[in-house]
Write a protein that binds this ligand. Structure first.
Ligand SMILES: [Zn+2]
Length: 203
C-alpha cells in the first residue's frame, strides 16, 4: 500500500507542477516594461510599453479605483516590444490609474500584468487646437503686414517714377516755368499753362 500511496503522491505533485506551470505560462505571455502618459486639457493618454513573449491578441484596460475608464484592443501582437495606450478624460489628472494587460484567446481574457501609475496634472492650459488657432492668426497677421509694406513700397516707387520722368520747362513765349510730364514719346508735345502756347521737346 505504501507504493500505491507513493504513486498517488507523485501524481498529485506532478499535477500541481503542471498546473503551476500552466499558470506561470498564462501570466508570462506579456508584461509591462514601462509606462508613459501625456496630459492635455481634453484627454490624457496613458500608455505602456509591452513586452510580448507569446504572440496573439491583446487588450489593455485602464481603471480608476476599480472603475473602468477606458480599454483598448491592441489587436494581434507579435513577439517583442509593443506600445499600448488608452485615452481617458482630463479630469482624471492627479489620480492613480490601474493598467491591466490581457491576452484574449477564444473569448477568454487572461490577465498577464498590471501596474498602478500616477497621472500627472495638466502642464499646459493650451491644447493643440488652440495652439494651431493662435499660430494661424499669427501667420495671417504677418502676411497682412507684409502685403501692406509691399503695396506701400510699390506706391512710393510709382510716385517716384512720375517725379523722375517730369521736368521743368521755361516757356519760350512768356518766360514762365511749368512742369512737363515726360511720356517718353518724342517729340514731346507740351502746352504752357500760363499763356496756352504749345511747344515740342525733341530731346
Ligand atoms: Zn507761356
Amino acid at each position: 500500500m505504501n507504493n500505491v500511496f507513493a504513486a498517488f503522491c507523485l501524481i498529485a505533485v506532478c499535477g500541481f507542477l503542471v498546473s503551476a506551470g500552466a499558470i506561470a505560462q498564462s501570466g508570462g505571455n506579456a508584461s509591462f516594461t514601462g509606462n508613459f502618459s501625456s496630459s492635455g486639457t481634453e484627454k490624457i493618454t496613458i500608455g505602456a510599453e509591452v513586452n510580448v513573449t507569446s504572440p496573439g491578441e491583446y487588450a489593455i484596460n485602464c481603471s480608476f479605483g476599480g472603475v473602468t475608464a477606458a480599454s483598448a484592443n491592441l489587436g494581434n501582437l507579435s513577439a517583442g516590444i509593443a506600445l499600448a495606450h488608452v485615452e481617458v478624460a482630463a479630469d482624471n489628472a492627479g489620480k492613480s490609474a490601474t493598467l491591466e494587460l490581457y491576452k484574449i484567446e477564444s473569448g477568454n481574457w487572461t490577465l498577464c500584468d498590471s501596474g498602478v501609475y500616477n497621472i500627472p496634472a495638466p502642464t499646459s492650459g493650451l491644447d493643440m487646437l488652440q495652439i494651431y488657432l493662435i499660430a494661424g492668426a499669427g501667420i495671417v497677421l504677418v502676411a497682412a503686414v507684409a502685403l501692406m509694406l509691399v503695396m506701400k513700397s510699390r506706391r512710393s516707387k510709382a510716385v517716384k517714377e512720375i517725379v523722375e520722368t517730369s521736368f521743368r520747362l521755361r516757356c519760350p513765349a512768356c518766360k514762365q516755368e511749368f512742369i512737363v510730364n515726360d511720356t517718353g514719346i518724342r517729340p514731346l508735345v507740351g502746352k504752357c499753362p500760363h499763356c496756352g502756347k504749345s511747344g515740342t521737346v525733341k530731346k
